[in-house]
Design a protein around this ligand. Structure first.
Ligand SMILES: Nc1ncnc2c1ncn2[C@@H]1O[C@H](COP(=O)(O)OP(=O)(O)OP(=O)(O)O)[C@@H](O)[C@H]1O
Length: 262
């Protein structure tokens, strides 16, 4: 299939370093600076982290600590100033703009706080849009599973303006999952949602890891959202300062408090 051929092209760059297949994404000594001179900001100051395949990680930390910057560098939405970022075996710095676009399209799913749905398309058309653009046919069984799990079956012909915020975010989630990407990145995916919609979005992300072996990385401020993860990575001032396995909302809150009082 042409789409397979394209994604193989992206994986097989000459400069591809060796890396364990168990790692879905990896940051190696990533530095990201914005601006220059006196106004320069060092948003990431040498961050190294592995994101293991089939695991759900939450990135937390005080405002301005570099969470979104790290996620954007990992997801190929922004370039690191130095260091190295890998998705699977693919070193992002070695990719051309075109290869990067294909990698994002074929291998990564995104869920943002702003749902970024196309207002003139129906829910179903929004869900399948990335596949349509890639010229790929949806896996019907998988699509039905995702749509069913997100409770969207009776909303598929609605346009975003006819859906609640929670429903729109569930459509955005289904869109991210539809292509069965290797890794799903969420930047505050539940930031605008009430607790019920938030719970639905988190439980499909959890299920995509537990039942379908995908890898999920989200940025969140909400300890209850982070409690759905297998591990929480804490950032402060552009550094990873702590990590928590099998978090609970209470343990995350405690850790956050201690970071904010440092
Ligand atoms: N485009 C930019 N230009 C200049 N500085 C930036 C830019 N983007 C981020 N920064 C700065 O980099 C630092 C890290 O920002 P980032 O958005 O990654 O933090 P965050 O932890 O996600 O914050 P929040 O929780 O408030 O969203 C901050 O000091 C921010 O002001």
């Amino acid at each position: 299939m042409p789409s397979n051929a394209r994604s193989t092209d992206v994986r097989s760059t000459d400069t591809e370093p060796e890396s364990s297949p168990a790692i879905a994404a990896r940051a190696i000594d990533v530095v990201k600076t914005y601006g220059s001179g006196d106004t320069q900001v060092r948003a990431l100051d040498g961050v190294s982290a592995d994101f293991v395949r089939g695991e759900f990680t939450a990135i937390m930390g005080p405002s301005g600590s570099g969470k979104s910057t790290l996620m954007h560098c990992l997801a190929g939405l922004d370039n690191a100033t130095s260091g190295s970022v890998l998705i699977g075996d693919t070193e992002l710095m070695s990719l051309s703009d075109k290869q990067m676009t294909m990698l994002r399209r074929d291998r990564i799913g995104f869920v943002f706080q702003a749902f970024n749905l196309v207002p003139t398309l129906t829910a179903l058309e929004n869900i399948t849009l990335p596949l349509d653009i890639a010229g790929r046919k949806p896996d019907k069984e998988w699509l039905d599973t995702v749509i069913g799990r997100l409770g969207l079956l009776d909303r598929l012909s609605h346009r975003p303006g006819e859906l609640s915020g929670g429903q729109q975010q569930r459509v955005a989630c289904a869109r991210a999952l539809a292509a069965r990407p290797e890794i799903i990145f969420g930047d505050e995916p539940t930031g605008n949602l009430d607790s019920r919609s938030s719970g639905e979005v988190l439980s499909i992300l959890r299920a995509s890891v537990d039942e379908f072996g995908q890898t999920v990385v989200i940025v969140t401020h909400d300890p209850r959202a982070a409690a759905h993860a297998d591990r929480v990575v804490f950032l402060a001032d552009g550094h990873i300062v702590d990590e928590l396995r099998d978090p609970t909302a209470e343990s995350v809150l405690d850790r956050m408090k201690s970071l904010e009082t440092v």
